[in-house]
Design a binder for this molecule. Structure first.
Ligand SMILES: Nc1ncnc2c1ncn2[C@@H]1O[C@H](COP(=O)(O)OP(=O)(O)OP(=O)(O)O)[C@@H](O)[C@H]1O
Ligand SMILES: [Mg+2]
Length: 326
């Protein structure tokens, strides 16, 4: 891909300390544990994986909502790994987030005008211009001027998410971390919100990181997709390639679990059942994190953690056995 890199993460880590009672040793939840990733300008990078694998934490670390525990993070070539809040001010507006639960993401005591006015005030927009900007943004997300005086509880889930999106857009961002923005919405509304996000992306030249555990929807919006497992990326490739030719056994298992409408195809397809539960990130398995659940795991897999390597052009996989099993 011959494009400008917007965000680059190198061996990025985010650990959360967990205090033990009665003077025990502090343990760490290794929510993001060595992620290397480039996000290109203008793309939608889909991030999939089971609940708890670290999608939200990765996204929040990339926009520096969280401090970085280890590794390197840069934005448009500028190292922001340890940037102090004052330095981050310059980038904060460029990187925004849309949350999964649109209700809890909005202040219930503020009406839409107050919700949108706050960030505009912070970027120093003169009061006289703010009203026009708010109306413009509401219009962009398919809402009306009359909605400005309403409170979050007066809207449906889909409308609340639209307000959340308008709020993210107030400050003219370049990158938006969309953290499962449609997961809490009715299926009929999901497509509307996704279409709107795509329109906004084209109009404003936005770059998205789109976290989801619904694998069917993420395919259609993502340029590339990364599959995450216990704090690590195990496979990264273009959206079509991932669904046509998954190379990692974990991705293969995830995809085989998606229901297929065509009964002939469904019969043909081998369902691969994942053994065991997702281990706790407090107690990450030695070697390849997936090895305790992997039907192909060897002694080497149990000892050394594979890093992402480019098995085919633009198709990266972290698996010692990838050549043998595909
Ligand atoms: N602030 C925090 N303090 C301690 N542990 C945390 C914190 N945030 C997340 N974690 C832990 O880090 C791991 C990754 O969580 P994260 O929310 O990033 O997963 P996720 O992939 O977004 O899951 P979901 O699909 O359910 O949203 C989990 O084990 C979670 O309990
Ligand atoms: Mg999450």
């Amino acid at each position: 891909m011959n494009q400008e890199i917007l965000i680059a993460a190198e061996n990025l880590k985010k650990y959360f300390p967990v205090k033990k009672f009665l003077g025990g040793k502090t343990q760490y939840v290794k929510a993001v544990d060595g992620v290397t990733l480039n996000i290109y300008k203008g793309e939608t990078f889909g991030l999939v994986g089971e609940s708890g694998c670290g999608k939200s934490t990765l996204g929040r670390t990339l926009i520096r909502m969280y401090d970085v525990t280890g590794g390197k993070l840069s934005y448009k070539g500028r190292d922001i790994t340890n940037a102090k809040p004052a330095e981050m001010k310059e980038f904060q507006n460029k990187m925004q987030i849309i949350f999964q639960d649109p209700y809890s993401a909005l202040n219930p005591f503020w009406n839409v005008e107050e919700i949108l006015n706050e960030p505009l005030k912070q970027i120093g927009m003169p009061e006289a211009e703010r009203r026009e900007r708010m109306e413009y943004l509401l219009n962009k997300v398919g809402m009306k001027q009359e909605d400005l005086i309403k409170f979050p509880y007066e809207f449906s889930g889909g409308q609340r998410q639209r307000i959340g999106i308008a709020r993210a857009l107030t400050v003219n961002p370049e990158f938006i971390m969309c953290d499962e923005p449609i997961a809490a919405l009715d299926v009929s509304i999901q497509a509307q919100v996704v279409n709107m996000l795509e329109d906004l992306q084209n109009e404003f030249g936005l770059t998205y990181l789109f976290a989801a555990h619904d694998l069917s929807m993420v395919r259609y919006i993502s340029t590339r997709i990364g599959v995450m497992y216990l704090g690590n990326l195990v496979e990264v490739t273009t959206s079509n390639e991932l669904y046509e030719r998954p190379l990692h056994p974990y991705t293969q298992a995830l995809l085989s679990a998606i229901p297929v409408a065509d009964p002939h195809k469904a019969r043909e397809r081998q369902r691969m059942k994942l053994q065991g539960e997702l281990p706790s990130p407090l107690n990450v398995p030695q070697g390849c994190h997936f090895s305790p659940r992997c039907p192909y795991a060897t002694e080497e897999c149990k000892k050394t953690c594979p890093s992402l390597r480019e098995l085919e052009s633009g198709h990266f996989v972290a698996c010692h056995m990838a050549e043998k099993i595909n």
